[in-house]
Design a protein around this ligand. Sequence first.
Ligand code: SAM
Length: 345
Amino acid sequence: MTNQKQPQTPTPPTDVFGRALRDLRISVTDRCNFRCVYCMPKEIFGRGYRFLPQEEVLTFEEITRLVNIFAGLGTRKIRLTGGEPLMRRQVEGLVEMLAAVPGIDDLAMTTNGSFPVERIQMLKDAGLQRMTVSLDSLDDEIFMAMNDMKVPVSRVLNWIETAQTKGFNPVKVNMVVKRGLNEDSILPMARKFNTPGTILRFIEFMDVGSSNGWRMDEVVPAKEIIQLIHREMPLEEIPPNYPGEVATRFRYKDTVNEIGVIASVTKPFCRGCTRIRLSANGSLYTCLFAVQGHDLKTPLRDGASDAEIIEIITNLWQNRTDQYSDLRSEETDDLPKVEMSFIGG
Ligand code: SAM
């Protein structure tokens, strides 16, 4: 028997409620080619909107340095998002750099799937492991009304199918459900994606940011979505893959096919939240509904050592008390929250 030392898995810092820091979501750009009415409505994100100037956006090297630091603190999961991550030039290069970071064993991306499908192979070759694609309807009229950029359903379906053939299996499909807009698309989507190659996830319309005019009566509760599908295609709840998984999972009975619901409004999951978010300009946010971020770009560019950055991150996390969704109430309605396109969805 050899007496070799096993590499130590670092113990991640925990917050005030004992939640460990495990995943990092990175917004690689605040820009998007869609103007989804629930996320980046044209009235606010129109021609005059001032996106971040390029010099304020973290470089690939800066992001990679931070990911190395997070990995050293025990973070295992990275999700690239935005904005639209594929709007960031050569984002495949960033994927390649992050895939090489020791300790990162789950590298995922959320995209709207509207770009030339040739990029899928490039992402795969660069080391991307999982892909989530957003699609809110199979009906062109509804989908175009929601993305507000006349992008047809066929383009996104082609992306999903190509991703499957390139080895992203399963592809997760995110559908935000907004009352009065796309509830009629729930069943067609559930039928279409009742396959082993996809996991459809219904997301309750959330009060993120301050520009989407959120109202409680526009939320279709996850329970209602499940009941609707169950009547036609019987479902059974299945256990989470890991503690703190955001989606509640269901299986179409007698199959291996699965769906999920993200009930962030009607059944908040703050208690299991292990996520931190890095905005495109290098601020850390300890909650999707945060009002304020913590600037990391300045110390990063002012020559802070790894030890100093570790201290900033650890202090921030150890003092974390966020539980916005659990406390959601009329008082929280008017808080000036940060936009999801900026902080990373
Ligand atoms: N551009 C990429 C995309 O479309 O998937 C990534 C960024 S987007 C902000 C990430 C996810 O957040 C998408 O699935 C989107 O539908 C979802 N999302 C945006 N605004 C939302 C809201 N108000 N409520 C619920 N989900 C929302």
